[in-house]
Design a protein around this ligand. Structure first.
Ligand SMILES: Cc1cc2nc3c(=O)[nH]c(=O)nc-3n(C[C@H](O)[C@H](O)[C@H](O)COP(=O)(O)OP(=O)(O)OC[C@H]3O[C@@H](n4cnc5c(N)ncnc54)[C@H](O)[C@@H]3O)c2cc1C
Length: 470
């Protein structure tokens, strides 16, 4: 049956983890649900998205298999799938390749695309980009696709994921046109342009920089790599899976209105845990289910203070790497391949085949580094006032998509409905999930949080369907 023949179309724009998880959760809800779900994803294979598409076995997941099921109510789903894969021939890997996880997502989705679900939901993948989603007079949205088709949708979900990092220095942007400047670390073929003996500078020392080091090494790169790291720190490593847990102490934090008071309490618990032989990681992990509540409990000024003073340090202790990645950093530093340069990149100047990077550190003269390649590993662009894709521009211009005050994502209500320029939740059925919801949760990045959002939004969308259909 063609899509138009069924009355209710729900369009999900973006077929990475978040869009895929939402589509799959919709297929598992009680029926009958005569919905057509259109999943718009320009990659030929929907499911893996940006994080799990690269076919690079050296890039590992930073979460153990037990935390990576697509379905929060079936926590062992991924671990059981993994146990039957070739990667588990010598035992289930503690940190599996991200590409393996991409295969899991693609397989789950492919099975759902192949036939209508038992509840009546029918999924279809459109391998193209959505360019605009203007409101129609009848309250639906006309989702316009780059291949010329238009889908009239009763509900439209933005699952757009992460956008490439913004330029790390300005106002002189001539370096953006230099062939050795890699603005998007995830752009296909970017690293292939780097010769084995060409030195590299990485801007940023987070998870992306760790990935770049692993990928460069895997392709035989052997020239020095210098990494500009604000505080000179790398992400912490995961401890052993057998580490003891620490009890959740969120009720103590719920009443703390400031970042400083929250931090003091967390530090006290870390000290207390240490006296019981429990490490700091367990204390941080104990709060994971309530991180969104802690963030939402702070007034805007405190959230801004957290972003200014603590977010970097938080990211380092919260978003950890596999122990093998940490060992690689130690080994590469000891061998002289890797040098960490503390400070902030403040200027990048093209100089014939080289790029020169000025690194500033409080109270010290700028230090200049030079290399034929600079890779920007500064983290994704979250500020929706600066995102220039056609869809985002159109929704912003129409007043349907409003960036939040701290420029972390989009303004939404508690259900993920976009809040428009009129301050009201969208009546045109416009929702979002994923990194765009950082204003509400701050932690809105990793699989465990996103699958919760997907499950909750699936329920909201089905309630909306029932309300409209009856
Ligand atoms: C490199 C990397 C590694 C990561 N590793 C981990 C990890 O190990 N564990 C973990 O828990 N989390 C990890 N994450 C966090 C990751 O963000 C989430 O796990 C998850 O993949 C995010 O999914 P998403 O669907 O929101 O975004 P994405 O996977 O980025 O998917 C968004 C999709 O939207 C599509 N899209 C955008 N605009 C349009 C449009 N206009 N029309 C149609 N389609 C559009 C894009 O093509 C893209 O495929 C990683 C993130 C990155 C970037």
């Amino acid at each position: 049956m063609p899509l138009a023949a069924r009355p209710y179309v729900l369009t999900i724009i973006g077929g990475g983890f978040a869009g895929t998880a939402l589509a799959l959760h919709l297929t598992r809800l009680p029926g009958p649900l005569p919905l057509d779900v259109a999943l718009i994803e320009p990659r030929p294979l929907a499911g893996p998205g940006l994080a799990y598409s690269p076919p690079r076995p050296e890039l590992l997941l930073n979460v153990r298999p037990a935390g990576l099921s697509l379905y929060a109510d079936e926590p062992a789903h991924f671990a059981q799938w993994l146990a039957h894969q070739p990667e588990a021939a010598d035992g289930v890997p503690e940190f599996a390749p991200r590409a393996t996880y991409g295969r899991y997502l693609a397989q789950e989705l492919a099975a759902a695309l192949a036939a209508p679900a038992a509840n009546g939901v029918r999924l279809r993948h459109y391998a193209t980009e959505a360019l605009a989603a203007p409101l129609l007079p009848d309250g639906r949205r006309a989702v316009q696709l780059a291949d010329g088709r238009t889908l009239a949708s009763q509900a439209t979900v933005l699952a757009l994921g992460n956008f490439p990092p913004p330029p790390p220095t300005g106002p002189d942007h001539r370096y953006l046109h230099h062939p050795g400047y890699h603005a998007d670390p995830w752009a296909t073929g970017s690293l292939a342009r780097i010769g084995a003996t060409e030195p590299v500078i990485l801007i940023g020392a987070g998870l992306t920089a760790v990935d770049m080091l692993l990928a460069l090494r895997a392709q035989g790169h052997r020239a020095p790599v210098q990494v500009v790291a604000r505080r000179g720190h790398w992400p912490a490593a995961h401890g052993p899976a057998s580490d003891p847990c620490y009890p959740n102490f969120y009720p103590e934090l719920a009443a703390e209105p400031t970042v400083a008071a929250t931090l003091r309490r967390v530090r006290r618990h870390i000290a207390r845990a240490a006296t019981q032989g429990i490490g700091w990681r367990a204390v941080i992990d104990a709060l994971r289910p309530d991180l969104g509540h802690i963030w939402a409990g702070w007034p805007l000024a405190e959230q801004a203070r957290f972003l200014r003073h603590l977010a970097g340090r938080w990211s380092q202790v919260r978003h950890r790497i596999a122990p093998s990645g940490a060992a690689m950093l130690v080994e590469q530093t000891a061998s002289g391949y890797l040098r960490t340069v503390p400070g902030r990149a403040v200027a990048i100047i093209p100089d014939r085949e080289l790029l020169r990077v000025a690194v500033a550190r409080a109270g010290q003269p700028a230090q200049w580094l030079a290399a034929p390649h600079v890779i920007c590993c500064a983290g994704p662009l979250l500020d929706y006032s600066r995102i220039t894709t056609p869809l985002v521009q159109q929704l912003r211009a129409d007043g349907c998509l409003v960036p939040d005050a701290l420029r972390l994502g989009m303004q939404t209500d508690a259900n993920g409905a976009l809040v428009g320029a009129d301050g009201q939740p969208s009546t045109g059925g416009l929702f979002t999930l994923g990194a765009s919801r950082r204003p509400a949760y701050f932690e809105s990045t990793a699989v465990p949080e996103l699958r919760q959002q997907a499950a909750a939004l699936a329920t909201v969308l089905v309630e909306r369907y029932h309300a409209q259909a009856h």
